[in-house]
Design a protein around this ligand. Structure first.
Ligand code: LCV
Length: 259
């Protein structure tokens, strides 16, 4: 059974994440289908894409599929981790991707959403960044995505509390572009996509890539990189990392001991 529904019409591609039994948890299988759809859109010279869940969902995405996170001792968010692959696919896709968001966006789902170029949500949407809740050491690229999109004090609050923020606060902070009611969001998003599709695809794809390259342009010395990787290793080698995974799998609250 396919985990996504896709459609291409008038040079606008739509991907509906449709693994509702697992609340669109970003499993390797779901991510694989999304990236295949994006590749097809690229071949079809789609001029705008929309990433969404079915209308009316309570959860847009439950974030990284926790059951696929490795046990302690291995970096859970390395370069080839499916979630990292998906974020890069979105950021490197030549046409703008609009995230049409209803419901809760959790963990890595937030990074997928803010990796999109324009975010439009319903008033009930919420955003929760959850590594601290699971005991996971977020990775360098993920932290940079968050730093580029969210004011630092708010990024720290979201990372340290792991609590959801409402769409209204995300709008005030400029994390999302619009809030629209459930009855108007679809027409609004497709109107935005149609507007983009009438403009120069070459100009847009080059500006999107310029923005991506400049946003990620940071001086990261070997010492800085190795220091950060060493810090992250302390976490994913830890008792607490394993406890976070075990607690999720056993559907209980984790008991973190700081070791
Ligand atoms: C696997 C799941 C998941 C899931 N993985 O429905 O950002 S980081 O670093 O933290 C990164 C590592 C990351 O993204 O981690 C994941 C962060 N996500 C979360 O903390 C959200 C975890 N999920 C929930 O809190 C609830 O599922 C929500 C509130 C999203 C929905 O609650 P609801 O009561 O509607 P259930 O919890 O009953 O979930 C339905 C099924 O989906 C599975 C969950 O285990 C359950 O499966 P079973 O029916 O087999 O028990 N599921 C939900 N989220 N992230 N599986």
């Amino acid at each position: 059974m396919s985990l996504v529904l896709t459609e291409t019409k008038d040079a606008i591609g739509t991907i509906v994440m449709n693994h509702l039994q697992k609340r669109n948890a970003l499993s390797e299988a779901l991510i694989g289908e999304i990236t295949v759809a994006l590749e097809r859109f690229r071949e079809e010279n789609v001029r705008a894409a929309i990433l969404r869940a079915p209308a009316g969902v309570k959860v847009w995405s439950a974030g990284h599929d926790v059951s696929e996170l490795p046990d302690r001792g291995r970096d859970p968010l390395g370069w080839s981790d499916p979630l990292r692959v998906l974020v890069r696919s979105i950021q490197e896709f030549p046409a703008p991707i609009i995230a049409l968001i209803e419901g809760g966006v959790w963990g890595g789902g937030c990074e997928v959403a803010i990796a999109c170029d324009v975010l439009v949500t319903t008033p009930e949407a919420t955003f929760a960044i959850t590594p601290a809740k699971l005991g996971v050491p977020y990775n360098l690229g993920g932290i940079l995505t968050l730093m580029n999109m969210i004011p630092l004090p708010v990024a720290k609050e979201m990372l340290f509390t792991a609590q959801p923020i409402p769409a209204s606060q995300a709008l005030n902070l400029g994390i999302i572009n619009y809030i629209k009611s459930a009855g108007e969001i679809e027409n609004f998003v497709y109107g935005l996509a149609a507007q983009i599709a009438t403009n120069s695809p070459l100009s847009i794809s080059v500006m999107k890539e310029e923005l991506r390259l400049l946003a990620s342009a940071r001086t990261v010395t070997p010492e800085l990189f190795e220091r950060i990787q060493g810090l992250r290793r302390i976490v994913y080698d830890s008792h607490d990392y394993q406890e976070g995974l075990d607690a999720f799998r056993e559907k209980r609250k984790p008991r973190f001991e700081g070791r």
